[in-house]
Design a binder for this molecule. Structure first.
Ligand SMILES: Nc1ncnc2c1ncn2[C@@H]1O[C@H](COP(=O)(O)OP(=O)(O)OP(=O)(O)O)[C@@H](O)[C@H]1O
Ligand SMILES: [Mg+2]
Length: 255
């Protein structure tokens, strides 16, 4: 099982949209995917129709070590081969409590679960959607991550955010030496002079691998509630085609 974190400290750069649609494309290639919604906003849980505001969320149980068997925290989605650990606001309390507590096991709280799950040899990928900040839940995610993908919206301070993420990954390598920044995925891209110049600059700088470019699509913007993978309601739009192309290039496998 390969674990991928979708991470950027900036809000609204399509982290969740990328997690949701990359997962769908992996599924369409026959891969089994476990989603981990590591954001208290629960947007990924909503995208896969499993959001529950009322109870203590499975991700919260994972972070506060209140689970015995993996089955207790994993839920199936309507897609056979995509399962999810959902989130809601209860994650905030658990993260806060961890911040206050002087606990020696602060950063390896997802580790047992991940090791057990990987040993089960069922999932090919675990995709983690992260919030736009670095709390203990994110540190815990980095402790179990193999590859980080950074969605980036090309604007004036996009690169500043990128350097901060890179620094954070370098620090996390102390407790997870196999962690690596795979590259950036340019998202919500509009072919204006400004954005094209920004993308070109990023390319020429050569510091980060550019894994793909996802076009802005009106269809996505119109469906802001994001209840399904984009390919299912607008397969021809630029964003759907671009996520398909990105995952073909990432896996080396067409569908
Ligand atoms: N390719 C696209 N074209 C048009 N709109 C898009 C595209 N990708 C994402 N969006 C829209 O941008 C908004 C932000 O996306 P998303 O929620 O995935 O960002 P995020 O980085 O997860 O945000 P947050 O930091 O709050 O978690 C959403 O309304 C989404 O529908
Ligand atoms: Mg999000």
């Amino acid at each position: 099982m390969k674990t991928i974190s979708i991470l950027n400290l900036k809000g609204g750069v399509a982290k969740t949209f990328t997690a949701a649609n990359m997962t769908y494309e992996l599924y369409r290639r026959g891969y089994k995917v476990l989603l981990l919604d590591n954001d208290k906003q629960g947007n990924l849980s909503k995208a896969y129709g499993r959001y529950d505001a009322e109870s203590i969320a499975p991700i919260t149980k994972l972070l506060s070590l209140q689970w015995n068997h993996a089955d207790e925290v994993i839920q199936q989605t309507e897609y056979e081969g995509i399962d999810i650990i959902t989130s809601n606001m209860s994650l905030f309390g658990a993260t806060w409590n961890l911040t206050k507590a002087e606990n020696e096991n602060q950063i390896e709280r997802y580790k047992d679960f991940m090791e057990q799950t990987a040993a089960g040899d069922y999932y090919d990928y675990c995709i983690i959607d992260n919030p736009p900040d670095i709390g203990l839940n994110v540190i815990n995610a980095l402790a179990v991550t193999d590859e980080v993908i950074v969605p980036v919206k090309i604007d004036e301070d996009a690169l500043e955010g990128l350097d901060i993420v890179e620094g954070q990954i370098e620090e996390a390598k102390v407790f997870n030496p196999q962690l690596r920044l795979l590259g950036v995925l340019v998202t919500v891209f509009q072919n204006t002079d400004g954005e094209s110049a920004g993308l070109e600059w990023l390319r020429q700088q050569g510091k980060y691998d550019i894994l793909g470019t996802i076009r802005y699509s009106k269809k996505v913007a119109e469906n802001s509630f994001m209840r399904r993978p984009i390919y299912e309601y607008s397969p021809c739009c630029g964003a759907a085609q671009d996520y398909k192309r990105f995952v073909s290039s990432y896996t080396g496998k067409e569908r």
